[in-house]
Design a protein around this ligand. Sequence first.
Ligand code: UDP
Length: 315
Amino acid sequence: MARIVVTGGSGFVGSHLCDVFLARGDEVVAVDNLSTGRLQSLAHLAEHPAFSFVRADVCEAIPVEGRVDGVLHFASPASPPEYLAVPLETLDVSSIGTRRALDLALANDARFLLASTSEIYGDPVVHPQSESYNGNVDPGAPRAVYDEAKRFAETLTATYRRLYDLPAAIVRIFNTYGPRLRPADGRVVSNFMIQAIDGKPLTVYGSGGQTRSFCYVDDEVRGIVALFDSGVSDPVNIGNPNEITMLELVDVVREVTGSSSEVVFEPLPVGDPTRRRPDITRARTLLGWEPTVTLPNGLARMRDWYLEERRHGRE
Ligand code: UDP
């Protein structure tokens, strides 16, 4: 039984990671300052004997006593409107916060895993994106507070590996959706799903011709845990290569929710990438990982979750 620290443990992906480690018999300490994460996402674990929650800002300290076998650093706002609202905190958590998380792993001789992102590819000129592509990010653009912070976090992680032989992994997470993506998160899937359920217009930014590739959270987390368990140190894309335009996403959301909501077009955010699709050859080859949940099936599970939350009066 390993003792695992998940920073950002009350966040969307972080809370699912806590579930997976606990389910296989590990002990889990979730650390979060609750800036974008919610205790509600961990409420089902409150009585679990192998689970504990520490409220802390990882930029200040990660106050976890005792042995640690693994550190997964997931603390950071991840939704564009949310990280743009707290640009300095976003830069801090992936720089200072990553340093603290790496130091915790180093002090314990623990496996480290950094949550990086497809955003490090910026607005990619190479398509699909394989890990060998170095990306196209404008360091002075507003979005760079997330993109460059994650790029810096990758550099820090690689440096700890080189300097100290720290067993460190880097996952590049592509757009992920599923239960526990907060209705007010601001990302496209939660926006469209809630708008459709409420019979409100779906807000398409720009022409809707831009693409993304959406991965269901169970697939994503299975890939992350496989990477954590492996000895792989090079960055690995974990995402679903099924690429669609935002207008195509509108159709799938309408279908799954039975909604006939109209579409309203709103301005495209500055620096919004035009396309994104992971090349997952490395994950397939090194981890034997493959996503299995189709978009309509994943969205149906998300719809059921939102409706269930509503029934319980939760938002
Ligand atoms: N988007 C949209 N309507 C929304 C929210 C987002 O059309 O209500 C677009 C956004 O401009 C982007 C895509 O959907 O092109 C994915 O946005 P999201 O914020 O989910 O993730 P990211 O841009 O980080 O991939």
